[in-house]
Design a protein around this ligand. Structure first.
Ligand code: SF4
Length: 237
């Protein structure tokens, strides 16, 4: 052990709870708990400084990125919107929000293939009278429009509007107005859009169905009719 690293103090050897770090070429012992807290704090500050990506209108196309993969399917849950819902998590997202709640699902190749069997299962689950509707999450549903439109069109064909459709998106309402026809078609066929990137600096875990206060729960049919954003009338916070 180099001479400078030897513990020469009297009394108990406090290095048992300490770790050796090298800062700018100097080796020193620091309290491991304090060091971890400082590193975590520095990481959090870095995350807050870094912002999600901002694509130009129509820069990202589902046809260029989507592999029609599903990260997860969760039937009969109470957390992804109003009432009892079935949730389809699609794979792939390019927004790269620091603090993203589902990092693995940012990868377009994550999970398993969307299949006819899964689609039939979703329809069977939705047919239960206590199920209010389906929710799309991700990943980014609007970069997986092939899968989402297939499901949406089948829901409307079999259930009409007796089941509602919610979708989360990193795109804002205004951005979607300038997007590709498939994204606009998907927007026009859903009931609720929870819009916008997750912003760590505006994180608020007390919000209803959202992670940060910039995100909005938008009533899509009313907004399209009014030509401006109309917030869901059951919003509590
Ligand atoms: S938009 Fe959602 S899925 Fe995409 S990076 Fe941001 S938080 Fe993650």
């Amino acid at each position: 052990m180099p001479e400078k690293d030897k513990n020469t103090q009297e009394g108990p050897d406090v290095r048992g709870s300490m770790i050796k770090v090298n800062i700018d070429g100097d080796t020193m012992f620091v309290d491991s708990n304090q060091y971890k807290m400082q590193v975590d704090h520095a990481k959090k500050l870095l995350r807050q400084k870094r912002l999600p990506k901002n694509p130009k209108p129509q820069e990202w196309k589902a046809e260029d990125y989507s592999l029609n993969k599903i990260a997860d399917y969760k039937p009969f849950n109470f957390v992804d919107g109003e009432g009892v819902r079935c949730s389809l998590y699609v794979s792939g997202c390019l927004f790269d929000c620091p603090g993203c709640y589902n990092l693995a699902a940012q990868n377009f190749n994550y999970g398993f293939d969307y299949t006819q069997e899964l689609e039939d299962r979703i329809m069977n689950d939705l047919a239960q009278p206590y199920v209010q509707g389906l929710t799309f999450l991700g990943g980014e549903p609007f970069l997986n429009t092939n899968v989402c439109l297939r499901v949406i069109n089948r829901i409307r064909k079999e259930f009409g509007h007796t089941k509602d459709i919610w979708s989360w998106s990193g795109y804002t309402w205004d951005e979607l107005q300038q997007e590709t026809p498939d994204k606009k078609e998907m927007l026009s066929k859903i009931d609720i859009l929870v819009d916008g990137r997750f912003l760590e600096s505006q994180k608020d875990l007390t919000l209803q169905f959202r992670g940060s206060s910039n995100q909005r729960i938008i009533d899509v049919p009313k907004s399209l009719k009014a030509g401006k954003v109309v917030i869901w009338d059951k919003l509590l916070k």
